[in-house]
Design a protein around this ligand. Structure first.
Ligand code: NAP
Length: 243
């Protein structure tokens, strides 16, 4: 059973991705930052079904924590063959109010986290000439978002990283793809409030907010053998929001 590592898998989209990859036969490493309780509940759920899984704490913005995470995962589940860079933070503020510390933190987690995890995963993937990397971007990374400039910039960066690495790593047999979710009903968007969320659902051509499972299905497609000719792609799971 091959190993998939999902960052930020304690809650929301990452949690659904980890569950889905487990359903599809992967041994899954569930990364979390602070919510050990949430990661443990997913671990119990998967183990109750007889699945191979583990939880692993790391702040993806911390280079040595990421290296340690990969070492622990390799020891317990084997080398990472599918990496899902999902861990992310979001927040709304006027562009004029962003401090250096806030700007740097968005980049360190959302884009730097993916960079660190990919660099940690590559030695094995290059060695076996096989690997699947999926980055979770956002429709705001394609379109831009008022009051979320820092977040949107990190998500645009993930798309550029996806396309660049798809080209650079193709000769090594490694595929790099991206999912750009629309508005997905997770903890991350609850700060917007019920009224705004209902407006966003109405603005979505398919008439509803997305679910974490909607995004997990797109990630699962990339991870399958049948997607072996697919690389460098950005799949919008957004109900038609930015069509
Ligand atoms: P969420 O419900 O807020 O969950 C965030 C997850 O990321 C949690 O598991 C959290 O761990 C983890 N995390 C946060 N900072 C981390 C760090 N420094 N190191 C490691 N893990 C960290 O968010 P979500 O809605 O599922 O979003 C997941 C991804 O999808 C993000 O990249 C987000 O930008 C992207 N996305 C979301 C939407 C949306 O509408 N929800 C739309 C487009 C894109 P703890 O539980 O330990 O805090």
């Amino acid at each position: 059973m091959n190993c998939a590592l999902v960052t930020g898998a304690s809650r929301g989209i990452g949690r659904a991705v980890a569950r889905r990859l487990s359903d599809e036969g992967w041994a899954v490493a569930i990364n979390y930052h602070v919510r050990r309780d949430a990661a443990e509940s997913l671990l119990s759920e998967l183990r109750a079904k007889g699945r191979r899984a583990m939880i692993v704490q790391a702040d993806v913005a911390d280079g040595s924590a990421v290296k340690e995470m990969f070492a622990r995962v390799e020891q317990e589940l084997g080398p990472v063959e599918t990496l899902v860079n999902n861990a992310g933070i979001a927040g709304q503020m006027l562009f004029q109010d962003i401090t250096d510390a806030q700007w740097n933190r968005y980049f360190a987690v959302n884009l730097g986290g993916a960079r660190r995890c990919i660099q940690a995963a590559l030695p094995h993937m290059i060695h076996v000439k096989r690997g699947c990397i999926v980055n979770i971007s956002s429709i705001w990374g394609l379109r831009g978002a008022s009051c979320e400039a820092a977040y949107a910039c990190t998500k645009a960066g993930l798309i550029a990283l996806t396309r660049s690495l798809a080209l650079e790593l193709a000769p090594s047999g490694i595929r790099v793809n991206c999912v750009a979710p629309g508005v997905i009903n997770t903890d991350m968007v609850q700060v917007l409030g019920e009224e705004t969320l209902s407006c966003l659902a109405q603005q979505t051509p398919l008439g509803r907010l997305g679910t974490a499972e909607d995004v997990a299905a797109a990630v699962a497609f990339y991870a399958r053998e049948e997607a072996s000719f697919v690389t460098g792609q950005v799949l919008c799971a957004d109900g038609g929001f930015i069509v």
